[in-house]
Design a protein around this ligand. Structure first.
Ligand SMILES: [Fe+2]
Length: 400
């Protein structure tokens, strides 16, 4: 009897502690719209585990709620929340949306005990897919430089239609924190939950214990959830490719778990059998390629001939074939890339189009670039903002 009474006392004490000493439950990042086919994936984060709901309100006052339930069950053990909502509802004239989360208090019994609810301010989606004059802002290669990147984004003084998330926000992805400040907070700062973000994976996205989850959180417009896809925005056609890491599959640190040669085989088959026959790029005024790792490097050495000392071999499996498809068939006007942590226009005799390398950090807390790429009147311009406060614009004459 005495043991039971002591157990009951401690159970009651712990319950009281749980109820009164809970840490703050707040938003750590506000909603970001990720392009996901006919939906936007709306992503936000909270300080503690919680649930996810999006309520869309139409001009006539009607409302519709969406959750993150999969097979009937909502997620309550996450700090990163994601809900898919049809674009048509969010883009309707006069529509607005709020995101909300309930704090997860107790999951140790049958059912769930949820706590207080936090609700965002209303946001409105304002997407302008104009016939000409399209621009996007790039954010990539943050990797410890989020605070500096934030100051650079504050200085962007030209409008843009969407945000191109070009990969490498953390060195490794091992917890929710690796996504929140360097990716979600920056993406919200640049998009305000009002314009879409297009996600293109970097090579660091495949590193860390959450690496398989990264692709589940951040979708692409690919209908079969691949990291390679085509995408159009007004007069702009994008072919986005993903080359895995810039090392070989047999690098010792991968312990035989990396299979990007096989991945690139499937990607190449998709490019040749699906993209090329449709020739969709011919229907658009502007035609660009987007890749995190460029087909050429800052030092003008082709990636395909890059020698990796750690692997003790050259790498770049399949990349010459991809370059050949771009050179001879798709013929993009420009290739936009990250990875090199440079902001510059690079040309290489082996490629028939220039490569915009759009920025990132150099020394994390010391220097950061971000770029704005604009397409208007058959001209491409490229504006680089850096952390010294400098803004430089370069015109690029597109290939006819
Ligand atoms: Fe990279």
């Amino acid at each position: 009897m005495r043991i039971i009474l002591i157990s009951l006392f401690f159970a009651g004490y712990c319950a009281a502690q749980t109820a009164t000493n809970l840490p703050p439950f707040e938003f750590t990042s506000l909603p970001v719209l990720i392009e996901n086919n006919e939906n936007y994936r709306i992503i936000w984060s909270t300080t503690q585990f919680g649930s996810a709901k999006v309520v869309v309100k139409q001009k006539d006052g009607s409302q519709k709620a969406f959750s993150d339930a999969v097979d009937g069950v909502g997620d309550f053990q996450t700090r990163i929340h994601r809900v898919d909502v049809p674009k048509a509802l969010l883009e309707a004239e006069g529509a607005s949306y709020c995101v909300s989360s309930l704090r997860t208090v107790d999951t140790s019994r049958y059912g769930y005990k949820m706590g207080e609810e936090i609700v965002s301010a209303p946001h409105s989606v304002k997407v302008n897919r104009s016939k000409d004059d399209i621009a996007f802002l790039t954010i990539s290669d943050v990797q410890g430089g989020a605070k500096l990147a934030r100051t650079v984004l504050d200085r962007v003084d030209e409008p843009y239609n969407f945000v191109l998330l070009l990969g490498d926000y953390s060195n490794d992805y091992n917890s929710a924190d690796d996504y929140i400040e360097p990716l979600l907070c920056l993406a919200y700062q640049a998009s305000k939950g009002a314009i879409p973000c297009l996600y293109v994976s970097g090579n660091h996205e495949i590193k860390g214990t959450w690496s398989r989850l990264t692709n589940k959180i951040f979708p692409t417009p690919s209908p079969d959830e691949q990291r390679y896809f085509t995408y159009s925005f007004g007069p702009l056609f994008i072919t986005a490719l993903f080359f895995g890491d810039d090392h070989s599959d047999d690098m010792p640190r991968y312990s035989g778990l990396s299979e990007f040669d096989a991945y690139k085989d499937r990607e190449y088959t998709w490019l040749v059998n699906d993209v090329l026959p449709k020739q969709e790029w011919k229907n658009f005024r502007y035609n660009i390629a987007v890749t995190h790792i460029p087909l050429i490097r800052a030092d003008n050495d082709l990636t395909v001939t890059h020698f990796c000392n750690e692997c003790n071999k050259t790498h770049g499996y399949k990349l010459p074939e991809f370059a050949k498809v771009f050179n001879e068939t798709i013929k993009p006007q420009v290739m936009v890339s990250g990875h090199t942590h440079q902001a510059q226009l690079v040309t290489d005799p082996s490629l028939s189009f220039p490569n915009l390398q759009t920025g990132g950090h150099q020394g994390r807390t010391k220097f950061y670039y971000t770029s704005l790429v604009r397409f208007v009147n058959d001209t491409i311009s490229y504006t680089v903002y850096d952390s010294t406060g400098k803004k430089t614009t370069y015109p690029i004459a597109p290939r006819k």
